[in-house]
Design a protein around this ligand. Sequence first.
Ligand code: SF4
Length: 387
Amino acid sequence: MAHPGLYLHIPFCSAICPYCDFAVLTGGPEMRARFVAHLVQEIRLWEADRARFPGIDTIYFGGGTPSALHPEQIEEILHAARAHLSLDSEAAVFFEANPEDVTPETARAWRDLGVRMLSLGIQSFDAADLRFLGRRHTPDAARRSVEIARSAGFEIVSIDLIYGLPGQTPATWSRNLAAAVALEPDHLSCYQLTIHEGTPFGFRLARGKLAELPEPEQADLFLHTHRFLADHGYPGYEVSNFARTPDHRSRHNRKYWDHTPYLGVGPSAHSFSGLADRRRWWNDRKIKPYQARLAAGTRPIEDGEDLSPEDLVTEALLLGLRTAEGVDLGRLREVHGCDLAPGNARLIERLERAGLIRTTGTLLLPSLHGWAVADSLARDFVIPRRA
Ligand code: SF4
């Protein structure tokens, strides 16, 4: 069985971006220090159950902005994880940072803490895009952060970008992609802008002050992103993720896609127990109830669910068809006792004829056009119920 992962949600950001739908807050030094104490306490509360997540070999700091904490606070959290959880001695640390927090000193400190993959939340190299997205850094600061990360010697330097902004065209987006590949990162994540209800962008959309890019144009940009990056040495290995080589892929994120167990700590963090007892649970999203439960000495779990074998098969299809490795129907049969082939033979044939998937043996491999509609591909499958 693959080793479990650990996700740590650090909710702080220096300001909240108008499109953000994550569990985030600003918060001064005192609030941040209190949060670190609570997070350490939450980790400690897992000690009695550490055997449920044996030999964790990936540790992912996400958020929010983990780089909003001091490196000493990150060290304190890592120390608690090593002391109270079952960690593999070679566990790899993945860390998200905003460009404005990257200096030669912070980069060296993160490197010394064992950070192997540094993901930089650059989002765009275009000043007007950055202003629209409410980001605080400039294109120059973004470039500088990549250069600093490179010279600090991280094994994997990754750039996060957002596309699908109103008015964006393949030509304007290409300039952004070209700026990114010129910096020779090892990995790129390119996400389409989604406008969520309840965010400032959501309100602007509802009032007619903001228009989403029409779907056909979104689809063009999606295809253009994959073609451009593949041509420049970064083939996509998942709908939104691109790596120079298979060794530069995110080992941690893969765990979410293939049902490896993971423990999540911090507000809004999700956990999954693994295929044996099929339990998923999640923490309080807001900081107050999160801290109140910890103050009362209990884990800050808001709710959870027991997943049926059918739920897991649906997820395996949804997630697998988003990856280059696709879905192996033989493996689904072995792992979940669910044979999708007979009930879906005509659908599979239709998808193949439409050029959305390719089949080899029991493998379903999505094409680039299939990736563009990956979620709807999975939805059409009939999942047989087990007696
Ligand atoms: S930096 Fe990221 S997590 Fe923080 S508010 Fe902006 S989008 Fe959200």
